[in-house]
Design a protein. Structure first.
Length: 308
């Protein structure tokens, strides 16, 4: 088995194997040996004692760490290559001449839209999003999503309150919120958008177009206007967890949001998938917990405590 895919030469590998087995490092050209030891040290595969004698790091630690590092580097390289599609688009526009530079592109199909947004977001420093319906990313993209949040990318999401009626989706949003994709809630999300690095904005091509078709706009004035709109909505939105209540269950959260967003019990019961009687029992138990005399007071107290 060769370790060349991890950046080791054949001689580097021989030196590492010798040290791993407690043997003297491979004999030969002293300069070549010194260079190999330096490369191995840079890769954290060997360490030196106070006397300057080298010893091998256990492969379960050193090699596995190097594999993870190489996988991250490969992933970053793939993202850089994907970004070349955007450079191709710009170069094609420049070739057509400065007066005909394309700053608006229509993209059809949910997969193509999400793919284009994702290719830009992976290398972005900031992503701003307004969603009337909170959608989970493709399962294969979720680890990279969380990795980017861990790396410090600034991600903010505004989502409509009605999108959080589903307890599972609510928990998913809380997970992302705590990981760094800060969520805020509004009663009406209004204009859907995704803004990447304040340079490109994606919006539906039609008011009711949903996720079927989108416009990718890079015109500076339009993007600046959409950023300003986002910041205005963000300033008046409610934090997803302003004061988290550890004892609040998924079911209680769902009832709270239905109380705040639904006028009729019959509609709320259908949303929860329970009978009208069961829904009203949940409401009564929640009001009792809040110490509220009626539903209006219950909603008021819940908002005051930061539960919704």
């Amino acid at each position: 088995m060769s370790l060349s895919s991890l950046g080791l030469t054949a001689f580097d590998e021989t030196v590492y194997r010798d040290l791993l087995h407690g043997c003297q490092a491979a004999a030969g050209d002293p300069d070549a040996l010194r260079a190999a030891l330096e490369r191995l040290a840079a890769l954290d595969l060997i360490q030196f004692d106070p006397a300057g004698r080298p010893s091998a790091v256990e492969p379960e630690i050193g090699i596995s760490r190097l594999i993870r590092r190489r996988l991250l580097e490969t992933s970053a390289e793939q993202r850089r290559i994907s970004a070349a599609w955007e450079a191709l688009h710009l170069l094609s526009a420049e070739r057509r001449g400065p007066d005909r530079t394309v700053t608006i592109e229509r993209i059809d199909g949910a997969d193509r839209i999400n793919g284009r947004i994702w290719s830009l977001a992976l290398d972005a420093h900031e992503v701003l999003s307004v969603q009337s319906e909170r959608q989970r990313p493709h399962p294969g993209r979720l680890p990279a999503y969380l990795q980017r949040l861990q790396e410090g990318v600034r991600w903010r999401t505004i989502v409509a309150r009605k999108a959080l009626i589903d307890p599972a989706l609510m928990d998913y949003c809380i997970t992302l919120h705590r990981a760094g994709d800060l969520h805020r809630i509004v009663d009406d999300a209004g204009q859907q958008m995704v803004i990447v690095d304040r340079a490109v904005v994606f919006v539906p091509s039609e008011p009711e177009g949903g996720h079927r078709s989108a416009l990718m706009i890079s015109q500076t004035g339009v993007v600046a206007t959409m950023v300003d709109l986002f910041e205005r909505v963000w300033a008046h939105a409610v934090d997803l967890e302003p004061h988290p209540e550890p004892g609040l269950t998924c079911r209680e959260r769902q009832v709270l949001y239905l109380l705040a967003s639904t006028d009729k019990d019959e509609v709320a019961a259908r949303e929860m998938g329970v009978s009208l009687r069961t829904y009203r029992r949940h409401v009564a138990e929640l009001l009792d917990r809040l110490g509220a005399a009626n539903r209006f007071q219950g909603a008021l107290l819940a908002k005051r405590q930061g539960w919704i």
